[in-house]
Design a protein around this ligand. Structure first.
Ligand code: NDP
Length: 466
Protein backbone atom coordinates (compact mmCIF):
# COMPACT_ATOMS: atom_id res chain seq x y z
CA UNK A 1 0.00 0.00 0.00
CA UNK A 2 2.41 2.59 -1.28
CA UNK A 3 0.57 4.46 -3.96
CA UNK A 4 -0.17 8.08 -3.10
CA UNK A 5 -3.34 8.13 -5.14
CA UNK A 6 -5.64 5.77 -7.07
CA UNK A 7 -7.56 6.17 -10.31
CA UNK A 8 -10.57 4.33 -11.71
CA UNK A 9 -11.42 4.43 -15.42
CA UNK A 10 -8.58 4.16 -17.92
CA UNK A 11 -10.47 5.61 -20.90
CA UNK A 12 -9.17 8.54 -22.93
CA UNK A 13 -9.08 10.98 -20.03
CA UNK A 14 -8.29 8.60 -17.18
CA UNK A 15 -5.29 7.03 -18.93
CA UNK A 16 -3.86 10.44 -19.80
CA UNK A 17 -4.39 11.74 -16.26
CA UNK A 18 -2.78 8.63 -14.72
CA UNK A 19 0.32 9.07 -16.91
CA UNK A 20 0.46 12.76 -16.01
CA UNK A 21 0.31 11.91 -12.29
CA UNK A 22 3.06 9.28 -12.65
CA UNK A 23 5.11 11.67 -14.79
CA UNK A 24 5.03 14.18 -11.93
CA UNK A 25 6.62 11.64 -9.63
CA UNK A 26 3.60 10.30 -7.75
CA UNK A 27 3.00 6.58 -7.31
CA UNK A 28 -0.44 5.72 -8.60
CA UNK A 29 -2.61 2.59 -8.49
CA UNK A 30 -5.12 2.12 -11.29
CA UNK A 31 -8.18 -0.01 -11.97
CA UNK A 32 -10.48 -0.30 -14.95
CA UNK A 33 -13.79 -2.18 -15.32
CA UNK A 34 -12.37 -4.15 -18.24
CA UNK A 35 -9.09 -5.52 -16.91
CA UNK A 36 -7.41 -6.09 -20.29
CA UNK A 37 -7.48 -2.30 -20.62
CA UNK A 38 -5.52 -2.02 -17.34
CA UNK A 39 -2.94 -4.56 -18.52
CA UNK A 40 -2.48 -2.86 -21.89
CA UNK A 41 -2.23 0.52 -20.22
CA UNK A 42 0.52 -0.66 -17.89
CA UNK A 43 2.35 -2.52 -20.65
CA UNK A 44 2.43 0.65 -22.75
CA UNK A 45 3.42 3.03 -19.95
CA UNK A 46 7.11 2.83 -20.86
CA UNK A 47 9.43 4.25 -18.24
CA UNK A 48 6.45 5.42 -16.18
CA UNK A 49 5.37 1.79 -15.59
CA UNK A 50 7.43 1.69 -12.38
CA UNK A 51 5.27 4.41 -10.84
CA UNK A 52 2.02 2.67 -11.76
CA UNK A 53 0.42 -0.27 -9.93
CA UNK A 54 -2.15 -2.03 -12.11
CA UNK A 55 -4.90 -3.82 -10.15
CA UNK A 56 -7.57 -6.32 -11.17
CA UNK A 57 -10.16 -5.85 -8.44
CA UNK A 58 -11.40 -2.87 -6.48
CA UNK A 59 -10.17 -4.57 -3.29
CA UNK A 60 -6.68 -4.80 -4.78
CA UNK A 61 -6.85 -1.16 -5.82
CA UNK A 62 -7.84 -0.03 -2.31
CA UNK A 63 -5.11 -2.20 -0.75
CA UNK A 64 -2.50 -0.63 -3.04
CA UNK A 65 -3.09 2.94 -1.85
CA UNK A 66 -1.59 4.54 1.28
CA UNK A 67 -4.02 5.78 3.94
CA UNK A 68 -5.83 8.10 4.10
CA UNK A 69 -6.62 7.18 0.50
CA UNK A 70 -7.57 9.41 -2.41
CA UNK A 71 -9.16 7.85 -5.50
CA UNK A 72 -10.02 9.68 -8.72
CA UNK A 73 -13.00 8.51 -10.78
CA UNK A 74 -12.72 9.15 -14.53
CA UNK A 75 -15.79 7.36 -15.84
CA UNK A 76 -18.72 8.72 -17.88
CA UNK A 77 -20.81 11.30 -16.03
CA UNK A 78 -24.18 10.24 -14.61
CA UNK A 79 -25.17 6.78 -13.38
CA UNK A 80 -21.69 5.20 -13.82
CA UNK A 81 -20.35 7.65 -11.21
CA UNK A 82 -23.09 6.75 -8.69
CA UNK A 83 -22.57 3.03 -9.37
CA UNK A 84 -18.83 3.33 -8.94
CA UNK A 85 -19.17 5.27 -5.69
CA UNK A 86 -21.63 2.65 -4.39
CA UNK A 87 -19.19 -0.16 -5.23
CA UNK A 88 -16.17 1.63 -3.77
CA UNK A 89 -17.44 3.23 -0.57
CA UNK A 90 -17.94 -0.01 1.42
CA UNK A 91 -14.28 -0.89 0.78
CA UNK A 92 -12.98 2.46 2.04
CA UNK A 93 -12.22 3.90 5.46
CA UNK A 94 -14.08 6.93 6.74
CA UNK A 95 -11.13 9.21 5.97
CA UNK A 96 -10.73 8.05 2.40
CA UNK A 97 -11.47 10.56 -0.33
CA UNK A 98 -13.37 9.95 -3.57
CA UNK A 99 -12.78 12.52 -6.33
CA UNK A 100 -15.14 12.64 -9.30
CA UNK A 101 -13.09 14.19 -12.10
CA UNK A 102 -15.56 13.58 -14.95
CA UNK A 103 -17.92 16.11 -16.50
CA UNK A 104 -20.63 15.86 -13.84
CA UNK A 105 -23.62 18.16 -13.78
CA UNK A 106 -22.97 20.32 -10.70
CA UNK A 107 -26.39 19.46 -9.26
CA UNK A 108 -25.27 15.80 -9.18
CA UNK A 109 -22.04 16.86 -7.46
CA UNK A 110 -24.03 18.83 -4.86
CA UNK A 111 -26.16 15.74 -4.25
CA UNK A 112 -23.18 13.37 -4.04
CA UNK A 113 -21.38 15.68 -1.61
CA UNK A 114 -24.53 15.70 0.53
CA UNK A 115 -24.98 11.93 0.30
CA UNK A 116 -21.35 11.46 1.31
CA UNK A 117 -22.09 13.28 4.58
CA UNK A 118 -18.88 13.21 6.62
CA UNK A 119 -17.18 10.89 4.14
CA UNK A 120 -14.67 12.84 2.05
CA UNK A 121 -15.79 13.68 -1.49
CA UNK A 122 -14.65 16.18 -4.14
CA UNK A 123 -16.01 17.03 -7.57
CA UNK A 124 -13.41 18.53 -9.88
CA UNK A 125 -13.85 19.91 -13.38
CA UNK A 126 -10.96 18.95 -15.67
CA UNK A 127 -10.59 20.82 -18.94
CA UNK A 128 -8.27 20.53 -21.89
CA UNK A 129 -9.20 17.21 -23.49
CA UNK A 130 -6.77 14.31 -23.73
CA UNK A 131 -3.73 16.48 -24.41
CA UNK A 132 -4.53 18.63 -21.39
CA UNK A 133 -5.08 15.63 -19.15
CA UNK A 134 -1.70 14.20 -20.20
CA UNK A 135 0.44 17.34 -20.06
CA UNK A 136 -1.43 19.87 -17.93
CA UNK A 137 -5.17 20.42 -17.65
CA UNK A 138 -7.02 23.31 -16.10
CA UNK A 139 -8.60 22.06 -12.85
CA UNK A 140 -11.63 23.56 -11.09
CA UNK A 141 -12.10 22.00 -7.67
CA UNK A 142 -15.26 21.72 -5.57
CA UNK A 143 -16.02 20.24 -2.15
CA UNK A 144 -14.81 20.85 1.38
CA UNK A 145 -11.63 22.90 1.40
CA UNK A 146 -9.85 20.46 3.75
CA UNK A 147 -10.32 17.63 1.22
CA UNK A 148 -8.97 19.84 -1.58
CA UNK A 149 -5.96 20.71 0.58
CA UNK A 150 -5.19 17.00 1.00
CA UNK A 151 -4.68 16.49 -2.74
CA UNK A 152 -3.86 20.04 -3.84
CA UNK A 153 -0.14 19.24 -4.13
CA UNK A 154 -0.88 16.51 -6.67
CA UNK A 155 -3.53 18.47 -8.59
CA UNK A 156 -1.40 21.61 -8.83
CA UNK A 157 1.64 19.56 -9.87
CA UNK A 158 -0.21 17.95 -12.78
CA UNK A 159 -2.09 21.10 -13.86
CA UNK A 160 -1.20 23.56 -16.60
CA UNK A 161 0.98 26.49 -15.56
CA UNK A 162 0.87 30.10 -16.61
CA UNK A 163 4.26 31.52 -15.78
CA UNK A 164 4.52 30.31 -12.17
CA UNK A 165 0.83 30.07 -11.42
CA UNK A 166 -0.81 26.63 -11.44
CA UNK A 167 -4.13 26.45 -13.29
CA UNK A 168 -5.77 24.47 -10.49
CA UNK A 169 -7.93 26.22 -7.91
CA UNK A 170 -10.49 25.37 -5.28
CA UNK A 171 -13.71 27.13 -6.25
CA UNK A 172 -15.98 26.41 -3.31
CA UNK A 173 -18.08 23.74 -1.63
CA UNK A 174 -20.15 21.01 -3.26
CA UNK A 175 -20.59 21.38 -7.02
CA UNK A 176 -18.72 24.73 -7.30
CA UNK A 177 -15.92 23.25 -9.41
CA UNK A 178 -18.26 21.50 -11.82
CA UNK A 179 -20.38 24.66 -12.02
CA UNK A 180 -17.36 26.74 -13.07
CA UNK A 181 -16.45 24.04 -15.60
CA UNK A 182 -19.97 24.27 -17.05
CA UNK A 183 -19.68 28.05 -17.48
CA UNK A 184 -16.28 27.48 -19.07
CA UNK A 185 -17.95 25.21 -21.60
CA UNK A 186 -20.72 27.74 -22.23
CA UNK A 187 -18.14 30.44 -22.95
CA UNK A 188 -16.28 27.94 -25.13
CA UNK A 189 -19.46 27.44 -27.22
CA UNK A 190 -19.87 31.20 -27.72
CA UNK A 191 -16.19 31.84 -28.45
CA UNK A 192 -16.22 29.06 -31.07
CA UNK A 193 -19.50 30.27 -32.56
CA UNK A 194 -18.28 33.86 -32.94
CA UNK A 195 -15.16 32.60 -34.71
CA UNK A 196 -17.35 30.45 -36.98
CA UNK A 197 -19.50 33.49 -37.78
CA UNK A 198 -16.47 35.56 -38.70
CA UNK A 199 -15.32 32.66 -40.88
CA UNK A 200 -18.74 32.84 -42.59
CA UNK A 201 -18.26 36.55 -43.34
CA UNK A 202 -14.83 35.87 -44.81
CA UNK A 203 -16.04 32.90 -46.88
CA UNK A 204 -19.46 34.10 -48.08
CA UNK A 205 -19.31 37.85 -47.61
CA UNK A 206 -15.76 38.57 -48.73
CA UNK A 207 -15.30 35.56 -51.02
CA UNK A 208 -11.99 34.59 -49.41
CA UNK A 209 -10.55 31.13 -50.01
CA UNK A 210 -9.51 28.80 -47.19
CA UNK A 211 -5.82 29.67 -47.49
CA UNK A 212 -6.55 33.39 -47.07
CA UNK A 213 -8.87 32.66 -44.16
CA UNK A 214 -6.20 30.50 -42.55
CA UNK A 215 -3.63 33.28 -42.96
CA UNK A 216 -6.00 35.80 -41.42
CA UNK A 217 -6.56 33.70 -38.30
CA UNK A 218 -2.81 33.09 -38.07
CA UNK A 219 -2.23 36.85 -38.22
CA UNK A 220 -4.89 37.52 -35.57
CA UNK A 221 -3.22 34.93 -33.38
CA UNK A 222 -0.27 37.30 -33.12
CA UNK A 223 -2.44 40.19 -31.88
CA UNK A 224 -4.94 40.88 -29.09
CA UNK A 225 -7.09 37.88 -30.08
CA UNK A 226 -4.21 35.46 -29.45
CA UNK A 227 -5.79 32.29 -28.15
CA UNK A 228 -5.92 28.55 -28.60
CA UNK A 229 -9.25 28.71 -30.46
CA UNK A 230 -8.00 31.30 -32.98
CA UNK A 231 -4.81 29.27 -33.46
CA UNK A 232 -6.63 26.02 -34.19
CA UNK A 233 -9.20 27.78 -36.38
CA UNK A 234 -6.32 28.92 -38.59
CA UNK A 235 -4.97 25.38 -38.73
CA UNK A 236 -8.40 23.90 -39.47
CA UNK A 237 -8.93 26.42 -42.29
CA UNK A 238 -5.49 25.64 -43.74
CA UNK A 239 -5.75 21.83 -43.67
CA UNK A 240 -6.07 19.74 -46.83
CA UNK A 241 -8.16 16.56 -47.03
CA UNK A 242 -5.69 13.71 -47.68
CA UNK A 243 -8.40 11.77 -49.52
CA UNK A 244 -9.47 14.35 -52.08
CA UNK A 245 -6.85 17.08 -51.90
CA UNK A 246 -9.64 19.61 -51.27
CA UNK A 247 -9.58 22.00 -48.30
CA UNK A 248 -10.63 19.98 -45.25
CA UNK A 249 -13.21 22.59 -44.20
CA UNK A 250 -15.06 22.21 -47.49
CA UNK A 251 -15.47 18.47 -46.85
CA UNK A 252 -16.80 18.72 -43.27
CA UNK A 253 -20.61 18.63 -42.88
CA UNK A 254 -21.89 21.83 -41.24
CA UNK A 255 -23.84 20.19 -38.41
CA UNK A 256 -22.26 20.78 -34.99
CA UNK A 257 -22.17 18.06 -32.37
CA UNK A 258 -22.50 18.63 -28.64
CA UNK A 259 -22.31 16.64 -25.45
CA UNK A 260 -24.72 18.95 -23.67
CA UNK A 261 -22.57 20.94 -21.24
CA UNK A 262 -23.32 24.21 -23.09
CA UNK A 263 -27.00 23.41 -22.75
CA UNK A 264 -26.60 22.91 -18.98
CA UNK A 265 -25.08 26.38 -18.73
CA UNK A 266 -27.98 27.94 -20.59
CA UNK A 267 -30.61 26.11 -18.51
CA UNK A 268 -28.84 27.17 -15.33
CA UNK A 269 -28.59 30.76 -16.54
CA UNK A 270 -32.34 30.83 -17.06
CA UNK A 271 -32.91 29.50 -13.54
CA UNK A 272 -30.56 32.15 -12.16
CA UNK A 273 -32.13 34.87 -14.35
CA UNK A 274 -28.57 35.58 -15.52
CA UNK A 275 -28.51 37.16 -19.02
CA UNK A 276 -26.02 35.24 -21.22
CA UNK A 277 -27.53 35.84 -24.69
CA UNK A 278 -24.33 35.18 -26.67
CA UNK A 279 -23.91 31.79 -25.02
CA UNK A 280 -27.59 30.97 -25.52
CA UNK A 281 -27.29 31.97 -29.18
CA UNK A 282 -24.31 29.64 -29.56
CA UNK A 283 -26.26 26.66 -28.20
CA UNK A 284 -29.22 27.54 -30.43
CA UNK A 285 -26.86 27.78 -33.41
CA UNK A 286 -25.59 24.24 -32.78
CA UNK A 287 -29.15 22.93 -32.48
CA UNK A 288 -30.13 24.73 -35.66
CA UNK A 289 -27.05 23.53 -37.52
CA UNK A 290 -28.22 19.95 -37.19
CA UNK A 291 -31.42 20.73 -39.14
CA UNK A 292 -29.64 20.10 -42.44
CA UNK A 293 -32.66 19.07 -44.47
CA UNK A 294 -34.85 21.92 -43.28
CA UNK A 295 -32.10 24.41 -44.10
CA UNK A 296 -31.70 22.99 -47.59
CA UNK A 297 -35.48 23.18 -48.08
CA UNK A 298 -35.40 26.78 -46.80
CA UNK A 299 -32.76 27.72 -49.34
CA UNK A 300 -34.88 26.19 -52.11
CA UNK A 301 -38.00 28.00 -50.95
CA UNK A 302 -36.63 31.43 -50.08
CA UNK A 303 -33.66 31.51 -52.40
CA UNK A 304 -30.02 32.01 -51.55
CA UNK A 305 -29.35 35.30 -49.82
CA UNK A 306 -26.91 37.50 -51.75
CA UNK A 307 -24.27 37.03 -49.00
CA UNK A 308 -21.53 38.62 -51.09
CA UNK A 309 -20.83 42.00 -49.52
CA UNK A 310 -20.24 45.13 -51.61
CA UNK A 311 -16.60 45.83 -52.29
CA UNK A 312 -14.94 47.55 -49.31
CA UNK A 313 -18.01 47.06 -47.08
CA UNK A 314 -15.84 45.49 -44.38
CA UNK A 315 -12.11 45.33 -43.88
CA UNK A 316 -10.34 42.47 -42.13
CA UNK A 317 -9.33 44.92 -39.41
CA UNK A 318 -12.99 45.70 -38.80
CA UNK A 319 -13.71 41.97 -38.54
CA UNK A 320 -10.89 41.54 -36.03
CA UNK A 321 -12.19 44.44 -33.93
CA UNK A 322 -15.74 43.06 -34.07
CA UNK A 323 -14.55 39.69 -32.86
CA UNK A 324 -12.68 41.35 -30.01
CA UNK A 325 -15.80 43.24 -28.91
CA UNK A 326 -17.92 40.09 -29.24
CA UNK A 327 -15.45 38.08 -27.20
CA UNK A 328 -15.36 40.63 -24.38
CA UNK A 329 -19.15 40.71 -24.23
CA UNK A 330 -19.37 36.92 -24.19
CA UNK A 331 -16.91 36.64 -21.27
CA UNK A 332 -18.63 39.52 -19.46
CA UNK A 333 -21.84 37.49 -19.62
CA UNK A 334 -20.17 34.30 -18.40
CA UNK A 335 -18.49 36.02 -15.44
CA UNK A 336 -21.70 37.83 -14.58
CA UNK A 337 -23.46 34.47 -14.44
CA UNK A 338 -20.78 33.22 -12.03
CA UNK A 339 -21.41 36.26 -9.81
CA UNK A 340 -25.15 35.48 -9.80
CA UNK A 341 -24.48 31.83 -8.92
CA UNK A 342 -22.22 32.87 -6.04
CA UNK A 343 -25.09 34.87 -4.56
CA UNK A 344 -27.73 32.21 -5.22
CA UNK A 345 -25.78 29.17 -4.01
CA UNK A 346 -23.83 30.84 -1.19
CA UNK A 347 -20.47 30.32 -2.86
CA UNK A 348 -17.71 32.88 -2.97
CA UNK A 349 -16.54 31.92 -6.45
CA UNK A 350 -13.16 33.64 -6.95
CA UNK A 351 -13.56 35.45 -10.28
CA UNK A 352 -9.95 36.64 -10.79
CA UNK A 353 -8.67 33.15 -9.92
CA UNK A 354 -11.16 31.61 -12.35
CA UNK A 355 -9.80 33.81 -15.15
CA UNK A 356 -6.30 32.58 -14.18
CA UNK A 357 -7.30 28.92 -14.08
CA UNK A 358 -8.62 29.31 -17.63
CA UNK A 359 -5.41 31.06 -18.72
CA UNK A 360 -3.70 27.81 -19.74
CA UNK A 361 -4.60 24.15 -20.15
CA UNK A 362 -8.22 24.56 -21.21
CA UNK A 363 -9.90 25.16 -24.55
CA UNK A 364 -10.67 28.85 -23.94
CA UNK A 365 -7.11 29.72 -22.92
CA UNK A 366 -6.12 33.11 -24.27
CA UNK A 367 -3.96 36.14 -23.61
CA UNK A 368 -7.03 38.26 -22.96
CA UNK A 369 -7.73 36.26 -19.79
CA UNK A 370 -4.67 37.93 -18.20
CA UNK A 371 -6.28 41.35 -18.47
CA UNK A 372 -9.61 39.88 -17.38
CA UNK A 373 -8.05 38.46 -14.24
CA UNK A 374 -6.50 41.85 -13.44
CA UNK A 375 -9.76 43.70 -14.12
CA UNK A 376 -11.77 41.27 -11.98
CA UNK A 377 -9.25 41.57 -9.15
CA UNK A 378 -9.91 45.34 -9.05
CA UNK A 379 -13.61 44.77 -8.42
CA UNK A 380 -15.16 41.32 -8.59
CA UNK A 381 -18.73 42.56 -8.44
CA UNK A 382 -18.50 44.85 -11.44
CA UNK A 383 -19.54 43.52 -14.82
CA UNK A 384 -16.36 43.02 -16.83
CA UNK A 385 -17.59 45.39 -19.55
CA UNK A 386 -17.42 48.25 -17.03
CA UNK A 387 -13.82 47.57 -16.00
CA UNK A 388 -11.78 50.49 -17.45
CA UNK A 389 -9.51 48.27 -19.60
CA UNK A 390 -12.45 46.51 -21.21
CA UNK A 391 -14.70 49.57 -21.35
CA UNK A 392 -11.94 51.25 -23.39
CA UNK A 393 -11.69 48.25 -25.72
CA UNK A 394 -15.46 48.23 -26.17
CA UNK A 395 -15.53 51.98 -26.81
CA UNK A 396 -13.04 51.58 -29.63
CA UNK A 397 -14.44 48.33 -31.07
CA UNK A 398 -18.22 48.24 -30.68
CA UNK A 399 -18.73 50.22 -33.84
CA UNK A 400 -16.87 47.51 -35.78
CA UNK A 401 -19.17 44.90 -34.25
CA UNK A 402 -22.14 47.04 -35.31
CA UNK A 403 -20.88 47.28 -38.88
CA UNK A 404 -20.33 43.53 -39.11
CA UNK A 405 -23.76 42.70 -37.68
CA UNK A 406 -25.39 45.30 -39.97
CA UNK A 407 -23.66 43.88 -43.06
CA UNK A 408 -24.70 40.37 -42.02
CA UNK A 409 -28.31 41.49 -41.65
CA UNK A 410 -28.35 43.35 -44.99
CA UNK A 411 -26.83 40.48 -46.92
CA UNK A 412 -28.44 37.46 -45.31
CA UNK A 413 -25.51 36.06 -43.32
CA UNK A 414 -26.70 34.64 -40.00
CA UNK A 415 -24.65 35.98 -37.06
CA UNK A 416 -26.52 34.78 -33.97
CA UNK A 417 -23.76 35.11 -31.36
CA UNK A 418 -22.21 38.34 -32.64
CA UNK A 419 -25.61 40.03 -32.92
CA UNK A 420 -26.61 38.78 -29.46
CA UNK A 421 -23.39 40.25 -28.12
CA UNK A 422 -24.15 43.58 -29.75
CA UNK A 423 -27.73 43.61 -28.46
CA UNK A 424 -26.44 42.90 -24.96
CA UNK A 425 -24.05 45.83 -25.27
CA UNK A 426 -26.76 48.19 -26.47
CA UNK A 427 -29.19 47.06 -23.79
CA UNK A 428 -26.51 47.48 -21.12
CA UNK A 429 -25.91 51.09 -22.12
CA UNK A 430 -29.54 52.12 -22.31
CA UNK A 431 -30.51 53.77 -19.06
CA UNK A 432 -34.16 53.98 -20.02
CA UNK A 433 -35.25 50.88 -21.93
CA UNK A 434 -38.70 49.70 -22.94
CA UNK A 435 -39.73 47.46 -20.04
CA UNK A 436 -42.08 50.25 -18.97
CA UNK A 437 -44.29 49.00 -21.82
CA UNK A 438 -44.03 45.42 -20.49
CA UNK A 439 -45.01 46.64 -17.04
CA UNK A 440 -47.95 48.57 -18.53
CA UNK A 441 -49.10 45.46 -20.39
CA UNK A 442 -48.71 43.29 -17.28
CA UNK A 443 -50.69 45.71 -15.21
CA UNK A 444 -53.35 46.03 -17.92
CA UNK A 445 -54.08 42.31 -18.18
CA UNK A 446 -53.02 41.07 -14.76
CA UNK A 447 -53.10 44.06 -12.38
CA UNK A 448 -49.49 43.23 -11.48
CA UNK A 449 -48.71 46.82 -10.53
CA UNK A 450 -45.72 48.93 -11.50
CA UNK A 451 -43.22 51.32 -9.98
CA UNK A 452 -43.57 55.01 -10.98
CA UNK A 453 -40.64 57.12 -12.13
CA UNK A 454 -41.78 59.77 -9.62
CA UNK A 455 -41.71 57.28 -6.75
CA UNK A 456 -43.46 54.32 -5.15
CA UNK A 457 -44.35 50.84 -6.34
CA UNK A 458 -47.56 48.83 -6.63
CA UNK A 459 -49.31 51.52 -8.71
CA UNK A 460 -51.98 50.75 -11.27
CA UNK A 461 -52.81 52.47 -14.55
CA UNK A 462 -56.06 54.10 -15.72
CA UNK A 463 -56.92 51.12 -17.96
CA UNK A 464 -60.57 51.08 -16.98
CA UNK A 465 -60.64 47.30 -16.71
CA UNK A 466 -59.76 46.72 -13.06
P1 NDP B 1 -14.00 7.05 -22.29
O1 NDP B 1 -15.24 6.58 -22.93
O2 NDP B 1 -12.76 7.16 -23.09
O3 NDP B 1 -13.67 6.12 -21.03
C1 NDP B 1 -14.64 5.76 -20.13
C2 NDP B 1 -14.01 4.95 -19.02
O4 NDP B 1 -15.01 4.71 -18.03
C3 NDP B 1 -13.50 3.61 -19.47
O5 NDP B 1 -12.35 3.31 -18.71
C4 NDP B 1 -14.64 2.68 -19.12
O6 NDP B 1 -14.22 1.37 -18.79
C5 NDP B 1 -15.16 3.30 -17.87
N1 NDP B 1 -16.58 3.04 -17.66
C6 NDP B 1 -17.61 3.25 -18.51
N2 NDP B 1 -18.78 2.93 -17.93
C7 NDP B 1 -18.48 2.49 -16.70
C8 NDP B 1 -19.25 2.00 -15.64
N3 NDP B 1 -20.58 1.91 -15.73
N4 NDP B 1 -18.61 1.62 -14.50
C9 NDP B 1 -17.27 1.71 -14.41
N5 NDP B 1 -16.48 2.15 -15.38
C10 NDP B 1 -17.08 2.55 -16.53
O7 NDP B 1 -14.38 8.46 -21.62
P2 NDP B 1 -13.47 9.76 -21.40
O8 NDP B 1 -12.19 9.37 -20.79
O9 NDP B 1 -13.46 10.58 -22.63
O10 NDP B 1 -14.36 10.59 -20.34
C11 NDP B 1 -14.37 10.31 -18.95
C12 NDP B 1 -14.98 11.51 -18.26
O11 NDP B 1 -14.19 12.65 -18.52
C13 NDP B 1 -16.39 11.86 -18.74
O12 NDP B 1 -17.15 12.35 -17.66
C14 NDP B 1 -16.13 12.94 -19.73
O13 NDP B 1 -17.26 13.76 -19.94
C15 NDP B 1 -15.01 13.68 -19.06
N6 NDP B 1 -14.19 14.54 -19.90
C16 NDP B 1 -13.81 14.14 -21.15
C17 NDP B 1 -13.05 14.97 -21.95
C18 NDP B 1 -12.59 14.54 -23.29
O14 NDP B 1 -12.04 15.39 -24.01
N7 NDP B 1 -12.74 13.28 -23.68
C19 NDP B 1 -12.65 16.33 -21.49
C20 NDP B 1 -13.03 16.61 -20.13
C21 NDP B 1 -13.79 15.76 -19.40
P3 NDP B 1 -14.24 0.14 -19.87
O15 NDP B 1 -12.86 0.09 -20.43
O16 NDP B 1 -14.57 -1.04 -19.02
O17 NDP B 1 -15.29 0.46 -20.87
Amino acid sequence: SNAEIGLIGLGTMGAALALNIADNGFDIAVWNRTSTVTKDFHANAGELADKITPTETLEELVAAIAEPRAIILMVPAGQPVDDQIAALRPLLGENDLIIDAGNANFHDTNRRAEEAGDLPFLGIGVSGGEEGARFGPSIMGGGKREYWDRVAHILTAISAKHEDTACATWMGEGGAGHFVKAVHNGIEYADMQMIAEVYGIMRDGLGMDNAAISDTFAKWDKGPLKSYLIEISGKVAGAIDPKTGAPMLDIIVDAAGQKGTGRWTVIEAQLLAAPIPAIEAAVVARNLSSQLEARAAGEDLFGTAPRQLPHDALSLDTLEQALMAGKILCYAQGFDMITKASEEFGWALPLPAIAQVWREGCIIRSDMLDDMSTALAEDENRNLMFAPTFADKLKSNHDALRQVVAQGALHGIALPALSSGLTYFDAMRTARGTANMIQGQRDFFGAHGFARTDGGSGHHGPWGNN
